[in-house]
Write a protein that binds this ligand. Structure first.
Ligand code: RUQ
Ligand code: CUA
Length: 663
């Protein structure tokens, strides 16, 4: 939660968090709030709400208006609940040019769009720390693809998409020496050696498959957030930046000097055309591209070795800098595509820029100068107007589709509603406390469903039962259907929430996969019946097991020796909704794989003692779930116990009988 320090010290504001509890915190609820968020048992919520998990690396799914948590989707972190990152099938998803990375930091989400409208096919997510973009398939809620982003560090202005999901972008937060040059340079040669890369990833419209189309080589500043244009501004992408001072140390002071930083307006259609004309340069690098195949149920990780880069200073007309006060964080485009809102963390106003004025300013060459070879447009030539006295520490803005904008204020801890037309503040509501992002379902698209707003708060002091030094993270649901905003609900979130997305549940439910068709399961390790099989080849043993209520086949396996590496391939034969089986093996590095109906998953296991090793189903699947268990016999190294396996007919050969009758 770096904002507090930055903002507190930079603004020089003394803000005792505990002393900042807004008035009426206790009775902020309006009378019918409970009714408005009550989703009766057995009833569905109206919206899915996908929320970034921050440093948990995952994405969680809630219902709105209830705030009920439905599931956590493993994306950039291993998951103890379903074995993501532990099963052989999913391990390649977390492969990178740095090797296997079990954890990352996840900030932003965007659902795919068709003609600027949220369409519910895929959910894109960024990994900040080791730069990557993931695509989650909303038919299965599984992570389907992960693309590593080269020449980048702190991949923050990602993964925002263009109006028809033509591209997803990734912008580097840290500028760094590019991957193809010697990066072993003094840090104080920042201005000479450090550059920023903005990445454009092409999305296949039918499959969603991602490929890095090109990278733009940009000045060495910190790229923070981005959003695509829409409608008239369709061809453009907007990136905010701070640190136009190009500081490399003590940024909280040194990167807060300039009155204005920039929003970069990028004509991606022109850039793509130049790439097509062969104007890009091939740059050597390394990055992983991981794909999960839902037919084979296998993930593969391939290393890519080059990207095409375009030095934007050599091609006028692609990038313009719009001056923006001061250290902007969010950059948000309204539903019409005409207004671009910059949220300067240290600014006293919210500047609203006009796309049509920007185009005029470009055509009339109304430049204030240039920054590292990029023309800087005159502030007043692009400005539509400023929202005066909006609040302190603006971070993000969303829209309701009715001409209103809503901005989150970290320092003054509130959401402020203002009119796009006359830039007048219309309403404000306190949040508890210090919101980062806010979200309106479809609020970054052409068609917002402007009924609710959710504030994702960074601080919850005194709001929930204490849980030791770390308090829970939280969201607050606000009704925006009327003139006045109304607080309806607090609900805790998993990890620190950053951006989120939401859309009507029906669209996603319609396409939801209920189970995998076993006949379409093309896993090379699939097993469909009988008593399975166990095959030794040298020190490798492949055991193929099937699961069906309520047994494993085989459930007795012998002939495993110390020194073997055992691959337990487990196929769940169920063809019914909501009947996963689990798989736990004593001493293995995860308590379970959670195997969906019709799916095959593999656990690699290296036994470390000679003896009997039980295994069992970890997911309560039937009345006889506890009976769903088995044994593996492990013998010493070099033993001559042969491989054998069975289910149901391994008759007891010992003499002792369980119960002796008393006479
Ligand atoms: S950030 S609190 Cu990582 Cu999106 Cu603005
Ligand atoms: Cu299968 Cu419990």
């Amino acid at each position: 939660m770096p904002w507090t320090l930055l903002l507190l010290s930079s603004v020089g504001m003394v803000w005792a968090i505990t002393g900042c509890k807004p008035k009426n915190a206790g009775n902020a609820l309006s009378g019918d709030a409970a009714e408005r968020v009550y989703v009766a048992p057995g009833k569905y919520d109206e919206f899915y709400n996908f929320v970034s998990g921050g440093f948990s690396g995952q994405v969680s799914v809630y219902g709105l208006p209830s705030g009920r948590l439905f599931r956590i989707i493993p994306v950039f972190s291993v998951d103890p609940m379903d074995g993501y990152g532990y099963s052989e099938e999913t391990k390649p998803m977390l492969n990178t040019s740095h090797g296997f990375i079990p954890w990352d930091d996840q900030h932003h989400l965007q659902i795919s769009q068709t003609d600027g409208t949220t369409d519910g096919r895929w959910l894109f997510a960024n990994a900040n720390n080791t730069p990557r973009i993931a695509r989650i398939d909303l038919k299965t809620f599984h992570t389907a693809e992960i693309m590593e982003i080269p020449n980048s560090a702190g991949n923050h202005s990602s993964p925002f998409i263009t109006e028809n999901t033509e591209y997803a972008v990734a912008g580097t937060r840290f500028s760094i020496p590019m991957d193809n040059v010697n990066g072993d340079v003094p840090i104080n040669t920042y201005k000479k050696n450090f550059k920023g890369a903005l990445t454009f990833i092409k999305i296949d419209p039918a499959t969603g498959h991602m490929n890095i189309a090109f990278q733009l080589l940009m000045p060495g500043v910190d790229y923070d957030l981005s959003h695509a244009g829409k409608g008239p501004s369709h061809d453009w992408f907007f990136f905010s930046c701070y640190n136009s001072e190009e500081a490399h140390t003590l940024l909280e002071v040194n990167a807060s000097q300039n009155d204005k930083d920039f929003i970069w307006a990028i004509n991606w259609v022109k850039a793509a055309a130049l790439i097509k004309d062969g104007k890009g340069q091939i740059v050597k690098t390394n990055y992983a591209h991981n794909i999960y195949d839902e037919d084979t149920h296998q993930a593969t990780s391939a290393m890519e070795h080059q990207v095409t880069m375009l030095d934007v200073t050599k091609f006028p007309g692609i990038v313009y800098a719009i001056p923006c006060p001061k250290s902007p964080h969010g950059v948000d485009v309204d539903p019409t595509g005409e207004y671009i809102v910059g949220d300067g963390k240290l600014a006293a106003v919210i500047p609203v820029f006009s796309f049509s004025k920007m185009i005029n300013a470009i055509n009339n060459k109304e430049f204030a100068g240039s920054f590292q070879g990029i023309p800087v447009l005159k502030y007043n030539s692009v400005l539509y107007g400023e929202v005066q006295k909006p609040g302190l520490g603006p971070l993000h803005t969303e829209f309701d589709g009715k001409g209103n904008a809503y901005t989150s204020f970290f320092i003054s801890s509130e959401i402020v509603k203002w009119s796009l037309k006359d830039l007048k503040v219309l309403d404000r509501i306190p949040t508890y406390y210090s919101p980062g992002h806010l979200m309106i379902p479809g609020g970054d698209s052409k068609k917002p469903w402007g009924k609710y707003l959710v504030a994702y708060n960074k601080i919850t002091k005194d709001r929930y039962l204490p849980t030791g030094p770390e308090l829970c993270q939280s969201a607050q649901l606000i009704d925006i259907s009327g003139d006045k905003m109304k607080l309806l609900l607090d609900f805790p979130t998993v990890g620190e929430p950053h951006y989120a997305q939401a859309m009507p549940a029906g669209i996603i439910m319609k396409n939801s996969v209920k189970y995998y068709d076993i006949n379409k399961n093309k896993s090379p390790y699939k097993m469909v019946g009988g008593t399975g099989k166990v095959i030794r080849s040298g020190n490798r043993v492949d055991a193929y097991l099937v699961q069906i209520r309520s047994h494993f086949a085989p459930d007795n396996i012998e002939g495993i020796h110390l020194g073997d590496t055992v691959y337990l391939h487990v196929t769940n034969l169920e063809q019914d909704w909501d009947i996963p089986h689990g798989f736990g093996v004593k001493g293995a590095n995860t308590a379970e794989l959670l195997i969906m109906p019709g799916e095959t998953l593999t656990l690699q296991w290296v036994p470390d003692f000679a003896g009997i090793v039980p295994f069992y189903c970890t997911d309560f699947c039937s009345a006889l779930h506890q009976e769903m268990q088995g044994y593996i016999r492990v013998s010493p190294k070099g033993s001559n116990v042969p491989i054998s396996f069975s289910m149901g007919n391994n008759t007891d050969t010992s003499a002792v009988v369980g119960i002796e009758e008393t006479k």
